[in-house]
Design a protein around this ligand. Structure first.
Ligand code: ZN
Ligand code: ZN
Length: 96
């Protein structure tokens, strides 16, 4: 079994830049981010993670299906399973 961990990249909703910086928590408990490109602040809810886009299998290129949803990550399994036993784990929260 191949397990890969992919960081979910957070992009700025204003300018789409990936140069975002964790900027403490808002009073609602949500993680606040600061965009280093346009200097705007924005938040993402940790309790309701965005719907994760289905990735393509890095081994065979087929679409992957959601296998299991966990609090902070989503596990995907290749749609060709059991022929292709590739699993993918996507973190829905950016790591420190
Ligand atoms: Zn920006
Ligand atoms: Zn595959």
């Amino acid at each position: 079994m191949i397990v890969m961990v992919v960081k979910c990249e957070i992009t700025c909703p204003h300018c789409n830049s990936e140069a975002v910086y964790k900027y403490g928590k808002a009073w609602t408990g949500r993680q606040r981010y600061l965009c280093l490109s346009c200097r705007k602040q924005f938040t993402f809810s940790e309790k309701r993670p965005k719907e994760t886009k289905k990735p393509h299998c890095p081994a065979c290129g087929k679409l992957m299906h959601v296998y299991k949803r966990e609090a902070l990550k989503v596990r995907f399994r290749c749609s060709l399973y059991p022929e292709c036993k590739t699993f993918l784990v996507i973190n829905t929260e950016r790591e420190e």
